[in-house]
Design a protein around this ligand. Structure first.
Ligand SMILES: NC(=O)c1ccc[n+]([C@@H]2O[C@H](COP(=O)([O-])OP(=O)(O)OC[C@H]3O[C@@H](n4cnc5c(N)ncnc54)[C@H](OP(=O)(O)O)[C@@H]3O)[C@@H](O)[C@H]2O)c1
Length: 344
Protein backbone atom coordinates (compact mmCIF):
# COMPACT_ATOMS: atom_id res chain seq x y z
CA UNK A 1 0.00 0.00 0.00
CA UNK A 2 1.45 3.42 -0.96
CA UNK A 3 0.46 6.87 0.19
CA UNK A 4 -0.41 9.58 -2.30
CA UNK A 5 1.69 12.73 -1.91
CA UNK A 6 -0.54 15.79 -2.04
CA UNK A 7 1.54 18.95 -1.59
CA UNK A 8 -0.40 22.02 -0.56
CA UNK A 9 -3.72 20.35 0.11
CA UNK A 10 -5.72 21.06 3.25
CA UNK A 11 -7.88 18.00 2.74
CA UNK A 12 -7.36 14.67 4.34
CA UNK A 13 -5.70 12.35 1.87
CA UNK A 14 -6.45 8.82 0.86
CA UNK A 15 -4.39 5.79 0.06
CA UNK A 16 -4.61 4.34 -3.43
CA UNK A 17 -7.02 1.83 -1.93
CA UNK A 18 -9.22 4.76 -0.82
CA UNK A 19 -8.72 4.56 2.95
CA UNK A 20 -8.54 7.85 4.89
CA UNK A 21 -5.12 9.05 5.93
CA UNK A 22 -3.85 11.67 8.37
CA UNK A 23 -2.13 14.81 7.09
CA UNK A 24 1.42 14.78 8.43
CA UNK A 25 4.31 17.24 8.09
CA UNK A 26 7.96 17.08 9.06
CA UNK A 27 9.93 20.14 10.22
CA UNK A 28 13.67 19.58 10.10
CA UNK A 29 13.21 17.12 7.24
CA UNK A 30 16.73 17.67 5.89
CA UNK A 31 18.45 16.49 9.07
CA UNK A 32 19.43 12.94 9.96
CA UNK A 33 16.30 12.13 11.94
CA UNK A 34 14.10 14.17 9.59
CA UNK A 35 15.21 12.11 6.60
CA UNK A 36 14.48 8.93 8.54
CA UNK A 37 11.02 10.32 9.23
CA UNK A 38 10.45 11.00 5.53
CA UNK A 39 11.57 7.49 4.67
CA UNK A 40 9.18 5.93 7.20
CA UNK A 41 6.21 8.25 6.74
CA UNK A 42 6.28 8.20 2.92
CA UNK A 43 5.54 4.47 3.09
CA UNK A 44 3.18 4.63 6.06
CA UNK A 45 -0.24 3.22 5.12
CA UNK A 46 -2.23 5.81 7.10
CA UNK A 47 -0.27 8.97 6.30
CA UNK A 48 -0.37 11.66 3.65
CA UNK A 49 2.81 13.73 3.81
CA UNK A 50 1.73 17.32 3.17
CA UNK A 51 4.91 19.27 3.95
CA UNK A 52 8.62 18.70 4.59
CA UNK A 53 10.66 21.67 5.75
CA UNK A 54 14.27 22.70 6.20
CA UNK A 55 15.52 25.67 8.20
CA UNK A 56 14.97 27.88 5.19
CA UNK A 57 18.49 29.23 5.38
CA UNK A 58 19.68 26.81 2.70
CA UNK A 59 18.33 26.38 -0.83
CA UNK A 60 14.74 25.17 -0.74
CA UNK A 61 15.50 22.90 -3.70
CA UNK A 62 17.89 20.90 -1.51
CA UNK A 63 18.40 17.37 -2.82
CA UNK A 64 18.01 14.30 -0.68
CA UNK A 65 19.59 11.65 -2.93
CA UNK A 66 19.05 8.80 -0.45
CA UNK A 67 15.30 9.35 -0.76
CA UNK A 68 15.14 9.36 -4.55
CA UNK A 69 12.25 7.12 -5.67
CA UNK A 70 11.33 6.67 -2.02
CA UNK A 71 9.85 10.14 -1.56
CA UNK A 72 9.52 12.71 -4.32
CA UNK A 73 8.03 15.69 -2.50
CA UNK A 74 9.56 19.14 -2.22
CA UNK A 75 11.52 20.59 0.68
CA UNK A 76 10.28 24.06 1.63
CA UNK A 77 11.50 26.64 4.16
CA UNK A 78 10.10 26.40 7.69
CA UNK A 79 6.69 28.07 7.99
CA UNK A 80 4.55 27.74 11.12
CA UNK A 81 1.53 29.03 9.21
CA UNK A 82 1.85 26.33 6.54
CA UNK A 83 2.24 23.64 9.18
CA UNK A 84 -0.89 24.84 10.98
CA UNK A 85 -2.85 24.96 7.74
CA UNK A 86 -1.71 21.76 6.09
CA UNK A 87 -1.07 19.24 8.86
CA UNK A 88 -3.00 17.49 11.60
CA UNK A 89 0.24 16.15 13.04
CA UNK A 90 3.71 17.69 12.85
CA UNK A 91 6.93 15.85 13.62
CA UNK A 92 9.59 18.27 14.85
CA UNK A 93 13.14 17.09 14.06
CA UNK A 94 14.66 20.44 14.98
CA UNK A 95 17.26 21.81 17.37
CA UNK A 96 15.88 22.23 20.92
CA UNK A 97 15.52 26.01 20.62
CA UNK A 98 13.48 25.88 17.39
CA UNK A 99 11.24 23.13 18.78
CA UNK A 100 10.74 25.04 22.04
CA UNK A 101 9.40 27.98 20.08
CA UNK A 102 7.33 26.14 17.50
CA UNK A 103 5.64 23.33 19.45
CA UNK A 104 3.46 25.51 21.74
CA UNK A 105 2.25 27.52 18.73
CA UNK A 106 1.23 24.40 16.85
CA UNK A 107 -0.50 22.90 19.88
CA UNK A 108 -2.38 26.17 20.45
CA UNK A 109 -3.55 25.96 16.82
CA UNK A 110 -4.93 22.45 17.41
CA UNK A 111 -2.13 20.56 15.68
CA UNK A 112 -0.74 17.47 17.39
CA UNK A 113 3.02 17.40 17.73
CA UNK A 114 5.64 14.68 18.12
CA UNK A 115 8.83 16.46 19.14
CA UNK A 116 12.15 14.66 18.70
CA UNK A 117 14.14 17.35 20.51
CA UNK A 118 14.82 17.50 24.23
CA UNK A 119 12.87 20.71 24.76
CA UNK A 120 9.90 19.16 26.60
CA UNK A 121 11.32 15.94 28.09
CA UNK A 122 12.11 17.15 31.60
CA UNK A 123 9.18 17.64 33.98
CA UNK A 124 11.02 19.49 36.72
CA UNK A 125 11.03 23.21 35.90
CA UNK A 126 14.44 23.88 37.47
CA UNK A 127 16.10 20.98 35.62
CA UNK A 128 14.40 21.99 32.38
CA UNK A 129 15.62 25.57 32.86
CA UNK A 130 19.15 24.31 33.41
CA UNK A 131 19.36 21.92 30.46
CA UNK A 132 16.86 23.47 28.04
CA UNK A 133 16.86 27.20 28.84
CA UNK A 134 15.03 28.06 25.61
CA UNK A 135 11.90 26.18 26.70
CA UNK A 136 9.55 28.73 28.23
CA UNK A 137 6.03 27.69 27.30
CA UNK A 138 5.13 24.06 28.13
CA UNK A 139 1.73 22.85 26.84
CA UNK A 140 -0.39 21.18 29.51
CA UNK A 141 -1.30 18.20 27.36
CA UNK A 142 2.15 16.62 27.25
CA UNK A 143 3.42 13.02 27.39
CA UNK A 144 6.93 11.62 27.66
CA UNK A 145 6.90 9.23 24.72
CA UNK A 146 8.77 6.10 25.71
CA UNK A 147 6.09 4.14 23.91
CA UNK A 148 6.38 0.81 25.71
CA UNK A 149 5.73 2.51 29.07
CA UNK A 150 3.52 5.42 28.15
CA UNK A 151 0.90 4.20 25.69
CA UNK A 152 -2.02 5.64 27.65
CA UNK A 153 -0.40 9.04 28.09
CA UNK A 154 0.69 9.19 24.44
CA UNK A 155 -2.84 8.37 23.25
CA UNK A 156 -4.32 11.53 24.75
CA UNK A 157 -1.45 14.02 24.49
CA UNK A 158 -1.36 17.07 22.22
CA UNK A 159 2.44 17.08 22.47
CA UNK A 160 4.59 13.97 22.70
CA UNK A 161 8.15 14.54 23.85
CA UNK A 162 10.01 11.72 22.14
CA UNK A 163 12.76 10.37 24.44
CA UNK A 164 16.46 10.92 23.90
CA UNK A 165 18.43 8.22 22.13
CA UNK A 166 20.62 7.15 25.06
CA UNK A 167 17.66 7.29 27.50
CA UNK A 168 15.54 5.09 25.21
CA UNK A 169 17.97 2.18 25.50
CA UNK A 170 18.79 2.80 29.16
CA UNK A 171 15.21 3.15 30.38
CA UNK A 172 13.93 0.17 28.38
CA UNK A 173 16.76 -1.89 29.86
CA UNK A 174 16.35 -0.72 33.44
CA UNK A 175 12.77 0.16 34.36
CA UNK A 176 11.47 -3.41 34.79
CA UNK A 177 14.28 -4.02 37.29
CA UNK A 178 14.86 -0.60 38.84
CA UNK A 179 13.46 -1.34 42.33
CA UNK A 180 15.83 -4.30 42.67
CA UNK A 181 19.03 -2.51 41.64
CA UNK A 182 21.74 -0.40 43.27
CA UNK A 183 24.97 1.23 42.01
CA UNK A 184 23.75 1.52 38.41
CA UNK A 185 26.47 2.40 35.88
CA UNK A 186 25.53 3.00 32.24
CA UNK A 187 28.50 2.73 29.91
CA UNK A 188 27.00 4.01 26.65
CA UNK A 189 28.45 4.22 23.14
CA UNK A 190 26.89 5.98 20.18
CA UNK A 191 27.61 6.26 16.48
CA UNK A 192 28.40 9.74 15.21
CA UNK A 193 25.00 10.46 13.62
CA UNK A 194 23.77 10.97 17.19
CA UNK A 195 25.30 14.44 16.98
CA UNK A 196 23.30 15.48 13.90
CA UNK A 197 24.45 16.40 10.42
CA UNK A 198 26.66 19.39 11.19
CA UNK A 199 30.23 18.27 11.97
CA UNK A 200 32.08 19.68 14.94
CA UNK A 201 35.72 19.35 15.90
CA UNK A 202 34.85 16.29 18.00
CA UNK A 203 32.71 14.59 15.34
CA UNK A 204 34.87 15.46 12.31
CA UNK A 205 35.88 12.22 10.51
CA UNK A 206 39.59 12.69 11.07
CA UNK A 207 39.03 13.27 14.79
CA UNK A 208 36.78 10.32 15.59
CA UNK A 209 37.84 7.72 12.98
CA UNK A 210 40.05 5.08 14.59
CA UNK A 211 39.36 6.43 18.06
CA UNK A 212 36.97 6.02 21.00
CA UNK A 213 36.37 8.77 23.52
CA UNK A 214 34.29 9.42 26.62
CA UNK A 215 32.50 12.75 26.96
CA UNK A 216 29.91 14.52 29.08
CA UNK A 217 30.93 12.74 32.31
CA UNK A 218 28.63 14.01 35.10
CA UNK A 219 27.45 16.74 32.73
CA UNK A 220 25.18 15.10 30.15
CA UNK A 221 21.51 16.06 30.09
CA UNK A 222 20.48 12.51 29.22
CA UNK A 223 21.54 11.42 32.74
CA UNK A 224 18.85 13.71 34.16
CA UNK A 225 16.25 12.29 31.78
CA UNK A 226 17.17 8.70 32.70
CA UNK A 227 16.99 9.48 36.43
CA UNK A 228 13.65 11.24 35.97
CA UNK A 229 12.13 8.12 34.43
CA UNK A 230 13.75 5.51 36.68
CA UNK A 231 13.56 7.35 40.00
CA UNK A 232 17.10 6.21 40.91
CA UNK A 233 20.48 7.86 40.54
CA UNK A 234 22.76 6.47 37.85
CA UNK A 235 26.33 6.99 36.68
CA UNK A 236 26.08 7.64 32.95
CA UNK A 237 29.14 7.84 30.71
CA UNK A 238 28.57 8.31 26.96
CA UNK A 239 31.25 7.53 24.39
CA UNK A 240 31.63 8.52 20.76
CA UNK A 241 31.97 5.37 18.66
CA UNK A 242 33.45 5.78 15.14
CA UNK A 243 30.51 4.19 13.30
CA UNK A 244 27.70 6.05 11.57
CA UNK A 245 24.70 4.82 13.56
CA UNK A 246 23.73 2.68 16.54
CA UNK A 247 23.94 2.74 20.33
CA UNK A 248 25.22 0.00 22.62
CA UNK A 249 24.92 0.39 26.37
CA UNK A 250 26.63 -1.94 28.79
CA UNK A 251 24.90 -1.46 32.13
CA UNK A 252 26.36 -2.66 35.43
CA UNK A 253 24.33 -2.91 38.63
CA UNK A 254 24.22 -4.73 41.96
CA UNK A 255 21.00 -6.67 42.54
CA UNK A 256 19.33 -6.89 45.92
CA UNK A 257 20.00 -10.04 47.97
CA UNK A 258 18.02 -13.04 46.76
CA UNK A 259 17.42 -11.82 43.20
CA UNK A 260 18.32 -14.53 40.69
CA UNK A 261 18.87 -14.51 36.93
CA UNK A 262 15.51 -16.27 36.59
CA UNK A 263 13.89 -13.31 38.43
CA UNK A 264 15.52 -10.89 36.01
CA UNK A 265 14.32 -12.94 33.05
CA UNK A 266 10.77 -13.08 34.46
CA UNK A 267 10.73 -9.31 35.07
CA UNK A 268 11.75 -8.60 31.48
CA UNK A 269 9.28 -11.04 29.96
CA UNK A 270 6.51 -9.65 32.16
CA UNK A 271 7.28 -6.07 31.16
CA UNK A 272 7.59 -6.67 27.43
CA UNK A 273 5.22 -9.53 26.69
CA UNK A 274 3.18 -7.34 24.36
CA UNK A 275 5.95 -5.10 23.06
CA UNK A 276 6.64 -5.74 19.41
CA UNK A 277 9.85 -3.71 19.33
CA UNK A 278 11.66 -5.02 22.39
CA UNK A 279 13.55 -8.24 21.69
CA UNK A 280 14.80 -10.05 24.76
CA UNK A 281 17.95 -11.99 23.91
CA UNK A 282 18.66 -13.39 27.40
CA UNK A 283 22.23 -14.66 27.82
CA UNK A 284 22.98 -14.01 24.13
CA UNK A 285 24.14 -10.43 24.30
CA UNK A 286 22.92 -8.13 21.51
CA UNK A 287 24.95 -6.21 18.94
CA UNK A 288 24.43 -2.95 17.09
CA UNK A 289 24.48 -4.74 13.73
CA UNK A 290 21.33 -6.64 14.68
CA UNK A 291 19.26 -3.49 15.28
CA UNK A 292 20.72 -1.06 12.71
CA UNK A 293 18.01 0.45 10.45
CA UNK A 294 15.27 -1.11 12.61
CA UNK A 295 12.94 0.05 15.38
CA UNK A 296 14.03 -2.76 17.71
CA UNK A 297 15.63 -2.45 21.10
CA UNK A 298 17.51 -5.67 21.87
CA UNK A 299 18.24 -6.43 25.54
CA UNK A 300 20.45 -9.24 26.91
CA UNK A 301 21.70 -9.89 30.47
CA UNK A 302 23.80 -12.08 32.72
CA UNK A 303 23.88 -12.24 36.51
CA UNK A 304 26.80 -13.45 38.61
CA UNK A 305 25.09 -14.72 41.79
CA UNK A 306 28.17 -14.76 44.01
CA UNK A 307 28.79 -11.02 43.64
CA UNK A 308 25.15 -10.10 42.88
CA UNK A 309 26.59 -8.39 39.80
CA UNK A 310 24.20 -7.86 36.91
CA UNK A 311 25.41 -6.92 33.41
CA UNK A 312 22.81 -5.79 30.87
CA UNK A 313 23.53 -4.98 27.22
CA UNK A 314 20.98 -2.92 25.28
CA UNK A 315 21.21 -1.86 21.62
CA UNK A 316 19.16 0.45 19.41
CA UNK A 317 19.57 2.39 16.19
CA UNK A 318 19.76 5.97 17.46
CA UNK A 319 18.03 7.33 14.35
CA UNK A 320 15.17 4.81 14.41
CA UNK A 321 14.15 3.50 17.86
CA UNK A 322 16.15 6.37 19.35
CA UNK A 323 14.35 9.00 17.25
CA UNK A 324 12.25 8.70 14.06
CA UNK A 325 11.00 5.12 14.50
CA UNK A 326 9.83 5.67 18.06
CA UNK A 327 8.21 8.93 16.94
CA UNK A 328 6.20 7.02 14.31
CA UNK A 329 5.39 4.37 16.93
CA UNK A 330 4.02 7.15 19.13
CA UNK A 331 2.01 8.53 16.21
CA UNK A 332 0.54 5.06 15.68
CA UNK A 333 -0.46 4.78 19.32
CA UNK A 334 -1.89 8.31 19.36
CA UNK A 335 -4.09 7.57 16.33
CA UNK A 336 -5.20 4.09 17.35
CA UNK A 337 -3.27 2.38 14.54
CA UNK A 338 -1.31 -0.85 14.76
CA UNK A 339 1.80 0.05 16.75
CA UNK A 340 4.04 -1.27 13.99
CA UNK A 341 2.27 0.47 11.07
CA UNK A 342 4.91 1.83 8.72
CA UNK A 343 7.68 0.29 10.81
CA UNK A 344 7.80 -3.25 9.47
N1 LIG B 1 20.61 12.36 15.71
C1 LIG B 1 20.07 11.53 16.61
O1 LIG B 1 20.48 10.38 16.74
C2 LIG B 1 18.95 12.02 17.49
C3 LIG B 1 18.31 11.08 18.31
C4 LIG B 1 17.26 11.51 19.14
C5 LIG B 1 16.89 12.84 19.14
N2 LIG B 1 17.53 13.73 18.34
C6 LIG B 1 17.08 15.13 18.36
O2 LIG B 1 16.32 15.35 17.18
C7 LIG B 1 16.51 16.69 16.72
C8 LIG B 1 17.03 16.63 15.28
O3 LIG B 1 18.27 15.95 15.31
P1 LIG B 1 19.09 15.63 13.98
O4 LIG B 1 20.25 14.80 14.40
O5 LIG B 1 18.20 15.13 12.93
O6 LIG B 1 19.62 17.11 13.60
P2 LIG B 1 20.31 17.61 12.24
O7 LIG B 1 20.80 16.47 11.45
O8 LIG B 1 21.28 18.65 12.68
O9 LIG B 1 19.09 18.32 11.46
C9 LIG B 1 18.48 19.48 11.97
C10 LIG B 1 17.29 19.86 11.08
O10 LIG B 1 16.69 21.03 11.62
C11 LIG B 1 16.75 22.09 10.66
N3 LIG B 1 17.04 23.33 11.39
C12 LIG B 1 18.20 23.70 11.98
N4 LIG B 1 18.06 24.88 12.62
C13 LIG B 1 16.78 25.28 12.41
C14 LIG B 1 16.02 26.41 12.80
N5 LIG B 1 16.53 27.38 13.56
N6 LIG B 1 14.74 26.50 12.40
C15 LIG B 1 14.18 25.51 11.63
N7 LIG B 1 14.85 24.42 11.22
C16 LIG B 1 16.13 24.30 11.62
C17 LIG B 1 17.84 21.71 9.69
O11 LIG B 1 17.59 22.32 8.43
P3 LIG B 1 18.78 22.69 7.38
O12 LIG B 1 19.03 21.46 6.57
O13 LIG B 1 18.19 23.79 6.58
O14 LIG B 1 19.97 23.11 8.19
C18 LIG B 1 17.66 20.20 9.64
O15 LIG B 1 16.58 19.87 8.81
C19 LIG B 1 17.48 17.36 17.70
O16 LIG B 1 16.76 18.07 18.67
C20 LIG B 1 18.18 16.17 18.35
O17 LIG B 1 18.65 16.44 19.65
C21 LIG B 1 18.55 13.35 17.50
Amino acid sequence: MHTVFQPGTADHGTTREGAATTRVAVAGATGYTGQELLRLLSRHPAVTLTAAMSSGTTASARRLPALARVWNGAITPLSAETLEREADVVFLALPDSAAAELAPKLVAAGVRVVDLSGAFRLRDGAERGRWYPETHDVPASLAYGLTERERDAVRGAALVANPGCYPTAAILALWPLAPHLADVVIDAKSGVSGAGKTPSERTHFSECHGSLSAYGVFSHRHAVEIEQELGVEVTFVPHLLPIDRGILETIYATVRAGVTEADVTAAYHGAYASSRFVRLTGRDLPEIKHVAHTNFCDIGWRLQDRRRQLVIVACIDNLVKGAAGQAVQNFNVAFGLDEDAGLN
